[in-house]
Design a protein around this ligand. Structure first.
Ligand SMILES: Nc1ncnc2c1ncn2[C@@H]1O[C@H](COP(=O)(O)OP(=O)(O)O)[C@@H](O)[C@H]1O
Ligand SMILES: [Mg+2]
Length: 362
């Protein structure tokens, strides 16, 4: 044979090392978890290597299927990414990039060769199927881990409320009761301390009423039709903070499914709660822009700020506040970023894509 006719997999195989090397650089450039966690980057490359192997094997006649054993690596990747707090968008970008690079390499291999267009189209379809089947397996487990975490968060919020009811309401009610007994005792005794005891009863009851108002505002969610704006205002009012709230909501709430608004409300409420409890700010600005395709929100305060090392540590930690906000957002396929300048300001930015949805679909 004078002319060498390479099949597409044979032409691609020698290029895989270079391809993976280039892929590594491009994934690094995505940033996020891939620049934070060397382990995330190396697992992503391992996944890409496996995908390439599956792809080349199928081109050589070994059909790709994701049986339990085959799926396990993709599943592990999805679970690691969820635990590392990776943004789903970043993972999707890495997947898209891999497909794009395989497709480009395949097209280049065909250029000037005898590989037919049909063969190339078939290879592109195979690449697409292998890449997205594995990415999908990773994504299913990623979502289920986040769902579980958000469920745990909701449960622990309930436990927190139960604790508050027990500690704070229980406390002031028993204080009121003790003072009523004292009052009775002093009255029988003809003591002038009776008036003081009644005063104590009154302040204990006032405190109980304030706590109840507080806890009810914690329980309230913006229900279908109830505006995000008024719910956030009600929360801020019940918090009785000295920080002035400047809130604007633009767009139509009917553009987003109510569950989305509910989750976004929970995230914004936690951001506000943090401002009220930690920031010592005089002002907090909240801006929510609801568009037909996405929701963008910013909470910015002029408070004490957070040091960069601490902020990096907080977004990775297992605390419930900030990590909970990130997890809720990721479950909606969105992204949440926190930035701050120590001594000056803290800003939380949230972006969530809104699925095709209409209020009359129900
Ligand atoms: N707006 C803010 N300004 C200053 N510090 C903040 C702000 N938001 C959060 N923090 C800091 O981040 C920490 C973690 O917040 P979070 O995860 O909500 O946990 P928690 O509120 O239970 O402490 C807070 O303890 C606080 O030190
Ligand atoms: Mg908090």
């Amino acid at each position: 044979m004078s002319e060498l006719h390479l099949s597409l997999p044979d032409a691609l195989e020698p290029r895989t090392t270079d391809l993976l090397h280039e892929y590594e650089n491009r994934v690094k450039a995505i940033g996020g978890v891939y620049s934070r966690h060397p382990q995330a980057l190396s697992e992503c490359l391992q996944h890409a290597r496996l995908i390439l192997e599956n792809f080349l094997a199928e081109l050589r006649g070994k059909a790709f299927s994701l049986d339990d054993e085959e799926a396990s690596f993709s599943t592990r990747i999805g679970s690691y990414r969820a635990k590392q707090g990776a943004s789903k968008l970043d993972c999707l970008r890495a997947t898209e990039l891999l497909f794009e690079m395989i497709a480009t390499a395949a097209a280049q291999a065909c250029n000037g060769s005898r590989i037919s267009t049909d063969e190339l189209i078939n290879a592109l379809l195979v690449a697409h199927r292998v890449v997205w089947t594995r990415a999908n397996a990773a994504s299913i487990i990623y979502d289920s881990i986040l769902l579980k975490r958000v469920h745990e968060l909701d449960m622990s919020e309930r436990r927190r409320l139960a604790r508050e009811i027990h500690d704070r309401i229980g406390n002031s009610l028993s204080l009121a009761q003790r003072n009523l007994e004292l009052h009775e005792f002093y009255v029988n005794d003809g003591s002038e301390l009776a008036g003081k005891a009644i005063g104590q009863v009154q302040s204990a009851l006032l405190e109980t009423a304030a706590t109840v108002r507080h806890l009810i505002s914690d329980l309230r969610l913006p229900r279908h039709g109830a505006a995000l704006e008024s719910s956030l205002k009600a929360f801020a009012a019940a918090s009785e903070s000295n920080t002035k709230l400047d809130l604007t909501v633009s767009g139509m709430e009917a553009w987003a499914p109510p569950e989305y608004l509910e989750e976004i409300f929970l995230v914004l409420r936690e951001a506000l709660r943090n401002v009220f409890t930690h920031a010592k700010a005089t002002r907090v600005t909240v801006r929510v822009d609801i568009e037909p395709d996405d929701i963008h929100a910013v909470v910015r305060d002029n408070g004490v700020g957070i040091a960069p090392e601490r902020l990096a540590e907080l977004t990775r930690s297992q605390r419930q506040g900030i990590t909970g906000m990130i997890e809720r957002t990721q479950l909606l396929q969105g992204d949440l970023r926190m930035t701050s300048q120590l001594g000056r300001w803290t800003m939380m930015e949230l972006w969530v894509p809104v699925p095709d949805w209409s209020a009359d679909d129900e």
